[in-house]
Design a protein. Structure first.
Length: 395
């Protein structure tokens, strides 16, 4: 990915939001959460976007079917199975041949098709793809399959980031083959269990940004029972819609909300999705960043501070070491729909940093520490500030 550092600018005031600040309150829980009579809760409001990210409910997204995996039956025959009943166990291994590995077949026409703003141009390219389909090597190989030897055919889907995933297809082998032939190189509907995928990664293409209404909100309460934190999202009647699991997902929402206020480029990217000028793809929250600023150029905010206070080389080295730890990254991937993007995915990387890491320079250079401390937002997720940000297209 080619990337450029984000330029410093003031965030614009807009209506896109994720989660409100939390307020502490004593709440009568009777009729809300079973088995809990009263609790001191932290009370939030979440937007439809926050609800989408937290809700344990299936979502529907689009992926392109680019190929398939062909799985084969074991070649063990009836007579071998019969003989294995009377042979000693030591001799059975010779009669059980290894099962043929699955074959992965990818269409010759799997090239990414960029989104077209012009419907006529899109129709023209769709027609070209349709005319080329009979010459696709994959279709010829599928036509020559001996279905008696095949146990299953799984689809291979590709998302806008170029990542492939296996798609299980219902029905017998003949029905699976028909599905592949009918939908190959086409966008298909894929159902995911929920927006959260794994390891801090959220699928965002299932959320309709253009229908986002800032006035729509739900109540989120967080409290502890016997020292164990719990959180629930409530409907308008204060009835539980779902419990939030794991709790750290609330933390992700708070980090994202903070970034909307301090990283104008991230807000701009999300607003492009709201305006229908881009398609949201993924958001990744990642603690394993590891940017070493003793090697990489220092972030702009530190270059400004070092210049302003004439910081010496020794303190500069301390700063570089301090900001190389306690990093937290948020990456938002989206597909611009403008002609100039050439169908390339754009990534917006926001690098957060915890003030705790600057304890080593607190006494050595209190001016630098005070300057950075003034940038910290207190919002329930700790003393984080925006350390650096980048935006660029994937190659």
């Amino acid at each position: 990915m080619t990337a450029t550092r984000c330029q410093n600018s003031k965030p614009t005031t807009d209506t896109l939001w994720i989660i409100s600040p939390g307020r502490h309150a004593d709440l009568n829980m009777n009729g809300i959460v079973a088995g809990v009579e009263a609790a001191t809760v932290t009370d939030y409001r979440i937007s439809a976007l926050g609800d989408y990210m937290l809700r344990p409910q299936s979502i529907q997204i689009k992926k392109r079917l680019v190929g398939c995996e062909v799985h084969y039956h074991s070649s063990s025959s009836r007579w071998k199975k019969a003989i294995s009943k009377v042979l000693p166990r030591a001799g059975q291994s010779r009669l059980n041949p290894a099962q043929l590995p699955p074959r992965t077949l990818i269409s010759d026409l799997d090239a990414f098709q960029a989104p077209f703003k012009d419907a006529g141009l899109k129709a023209h390219f769709d027609h070209l793809y349709h005319e080329l389909r009979p010459y696709d090597r994959l279709r010829k190989e599928l036509a020559g399959l001996d279905l008696k030897t095949v146990s299953n055919i799984h689809g291979i889907c590709r998302d806008m980031n170029g990542h492939d995933a296996v798609l299980k297809i219902t029905g017998d082998v003949a029905a699976q083959l028909e599905y592949i032939n009918t939908n190959l190189t086409q966008d298909i509907d894929v159902i995911l269990d929920k927006a959260y995928l794994s390891k801090g990664l959220f699928e965002m293409s299932g959320f309709d940004f253009q229908k986002f209404n800032p006035d729509e909100k739900l109540r989120l309460i967080k409290f502890a029972v016997d020292g164990r934190p719990q959180a629930f999202v409530l409907g308008p009647d204060n009835k539980v819609l779902f419990n939030v699991e794991p709790i750290r997902h609330i933390y992700y929402l708070q980090i994202l909300e903070q970034l909307l206020g301090v990283n104008p480029q991230l807000r701009e990217s999300l607003e492009l999705c709201r305006a229908g000028k881009a398609r949201a793809l993924k958001i990744l929250f990642n603690r394993q960043v590891g940017i070493d600023y003793s090697v990489a150029p220092l972030p702009g905010i530190y270059q400004d501070v070092i210049e302003r206070y004439k910081v010496n080389a020794k303190i500069r080295d301390k700063i570089a070491h301090a900001i190389s730890s306690h990093q937290f990254a948020v990456m938002f991937n989206y597909l611009p729909l403008s002609d100039g993007s050439q169908g390339r995915v754009c990534s917006n990387l926001s690098l957060m940093h915890h003030l705790r890491a600057l304890d080593t320079i607190k006494d050595a250079d209190p001016q630098v520490y005070s300057e950075i401390n003034s940038r910290v937002a207190i919002n329930g997720v700790g003393k984080y500030y925006l350390l650096d940000c980048f935006r660029g297209y994937q190659e």
